[in-house]
Design a protein around this ligand. Structure first.
Ligand code: PMP
Length: 318
């Protein structure tokens, strides 16, 4: 057990630098993409952001659901009354240009909108809104073996964002303070990831992923009212599962639903579709990735590999 704990706390490699970062319409050198220490975002967490992947497909590099991610960025910004001074199309084109300029075939993409330097104090309205996009190479988010073997997760003692506190439909930087509490508790306890319950005790989400369970051949995921970020991978999995003839339900899941599920898996742009092999050290099913998540993952990856038709129009070529 001690060895297992040590393994999960091994320091991951530092961020893999690319050459340029897009900042407010300009391409700047990676090391020069800096902000003032008195920027509003540094003190009060005033940012919204996205995360998506660009894949190396046989027909060239393609961003996964780029416009859907940028639409969510816009809705996150709207909730926080931030006006993004660029259109979706401009941001999409900037993203693609940045990937080309950096010469990356596959990468992670991080668009970011934040309140900058202007006034100090909580009121954000007089601070300028800045936009940046960064791209870099990023491997498996939950570890190299995660997809093959599944990951060990815990249910964290922290609750996910309660309604009327922090809006969970916005992907805001500040939401990730709660995620960090979850994640640290998990890592220090020897787990790879944490799943949080909502204030009523129903399953919400992981620190950076949505949660699915498989029960009697169908798949179940918490509804958007369960303090979750409505994930774009979650939506894609729902579309794909229905296409594969699986029954899909959005339904509240009690904590013990995780223990007695046939399968549990996590979805997210960084984590993609990652099977869970134990929850609170209780094996999920037989403790190995199950057939349903494998089937969905295989179909998902086949679309990215170009061996299955992209009928949903997910790929946006660079
Ligand atoms: N929930 C949280 C808290 C997340 O950070 C993420 C990652 N963006 C997700 C869910 C999954 O969302 P998506 O599939 O759009 O990446």
């Amino acid at each position: 057990m001690a060895a297992k704990r040590r393994a999960s706390r091994k320091k991951p490699p530092p961020i893999s630098k690319a050459s340029k970062i897009w900042m407010d319409g300009m391409l700047v050198d990676w090391d020069d993409a800096q902000i003032h220490v008195l920027s509003h975002v540094v003190h009060y967490g005033s940012s919204v952001f996205e995360g998506l992947r660009c894949y190396d497909t046989p027909k060239g590099s393609a961003c996964f659901r780029l416009l859907d991610h940028l639409r969510r960025l816009e809705t996150s910004a709207k909730i926080y009354r931030m006006d993004i001074p660029y259109s979706l199309e401009e941001l999409a084109e900037a993203t693609k240009e940045l990937i080309r300029v950096n010469g990356l075939k596959s990468c992670y993409v991080r668009p970011l909108v934040f309140r900058g330097y202007g006034q100090m104090g909580v009121n954000p309205l007089n601070c300028p809104v800045h936009v940046a996009i960064a791209v870099w190479e990023w491997g498996a988010y939950l570890g190299a073996d995660a997809m093959r073997k599944g990951v060990d997760v815990c249910v964290t003692s922290w609750r996910r964002l309660a309604p009327n506190t922090m809006p969970s439909l916005a992907k805001a930087g500040a939401n990730y303070m709660n995620s960090q509490l979850m994640k640290m508790e998990a890592i220090l306890g020897g787990f790879v990831e944490a799943i949080a319950l909502d204030v009523d005790g129903y399953v919400a989400e992981g620190s950076g992923e949505n949660v699915f369970i498989v029960k009697d051949g169908g798949i179940v995921t918490p509804p958007s009212g369960a303090s979750i970020l409505p994930g774009i991978t979650r939506h894609s999995v729902i579309q794909l599962a229905r296409k594969l003839g699986l029954e899909v339900r959005k339904q509240m899941i009690p904590r013990e639903g995780l223990y007695i599920a046939d399968e549990v898996f996590l979805t997210g742009s960084a984590a993609e579709i990652t099977p869970v092999r134990s929850v609170d050290r209780i094996p999920v099913g037989n403790g190995r990735p199950g057939p349903v998540s494998r089937k969905i993952r295989k179909a998902f990856l086949a679309i990215l590999a170009g061996t299955r038709k992209d009928t949903f129009g997910w790929l946006d070529f660079v």
